[in-house]
Design a protein around this ligand. Structure first.
Ligand code: B4P
Length: 193
């Protein structure tokens, strides 16, 4: 199995690159942001709780996202591998993911960490906010709060995987195709390990 984490701050290109990567490698895409937005669209109690936090730029509680990932893993027993996008976002989520994968007899092969400057992140998200209808994108203060939340709680997740020598940094600025090619090179190396 090939299991990858696409990592980076909000707006670094995780969702954008995920779409291209799953098409090329046939991996199952698990995006906690997409799973949460689907709960919001269905107006479930979980969705309502998540929306109030996401609209402030805050992370949703670990137990909620870990539960979602656990059921997604269970409901995809035939997957040849998973691409985790926007998950794990805290060390507790990373530890939970390791345990869930261990139960399936597998593990993370690589974390691909995309690096983008803060001003570029803000520009991209403000621009997306003009068309996406995403309430967390249409206010610059919320965008900056999401980036701060990333530095406070999420950036350390890379240290967790560095201990196991699983992190590769990728420059996340440039054309979408250029970045995609860099990611593919690293994935092909990971698949040979
Ligand atoms: P996510 O849905 O994960 O969204 P994101 O991190 O904000 O954006 P992403 O990184 O996927 O966007 P992309 O760069 O593709 O999270 C939303 C919220 O959900 C979080 O704030 C949190 O509240 C909650 N949440 C999700 N997962 C959670 C978890 N595990 N734990 C707790 N809470 C969780 O795209 C950005 C824009 O840039 C696009 O418009 C794109 O077109 C553009 N772009 C991409 N690549 C570009 C390039 N190379 N050049 C120019 N523009 C580019």
């Amino acid at each position: 199995m090939l299991n990858l984490i696409l990592f980076g701050p909000p707006g670094s290109g995780k969702g954008t690159q995920s779409e291209k990567l799953i098409a090329k490698y046939g991996l199952k895409h698990l995006s906690t942001g997409d799973l949460l937005r689907s709960q919001i669209a269905q107006k479930t109690p979980l969705g309502l709780e998540a929306k109030s936090l996401m609209d402030k730029g805050q992370l949703v509680p670990d137990a909620v996202v870990i539960g979602m990932i656990s059921s997604a893993l269970e409901s995809n027993p035939q997957a040849k591998g998973f691409l985790f996008d926007g998950f794990p976002r805290t060390p507790a989520q990373a530890e939970a993911l390791d345990k869930l994968l261990e139960l399936k007899g597998t593990s993370i092969n690589k974390m691909l960490a995309m690096e983008v400057s803060e001003e570029e992140l803000v520009n991209r998200l403000v621009k997306r906010g003009q068309t996406s209808g995403r309430s967390d994108d249409n206010n610059e203060a919320v965008i900056r709060a999401r980036i701060a939340e990333y530095h406070d709680k999420t950036a350390v997740v890379a240290d967790y995987y560095k201990k196991f020598d699983k992190v590769v940094n990728i420059k996340g600025e440039g054309s979408i195709d250029q970045i995609f090619n860099e990611l593919c090179k690293e994935i092909e190396l990971a698949a040979q390990d």
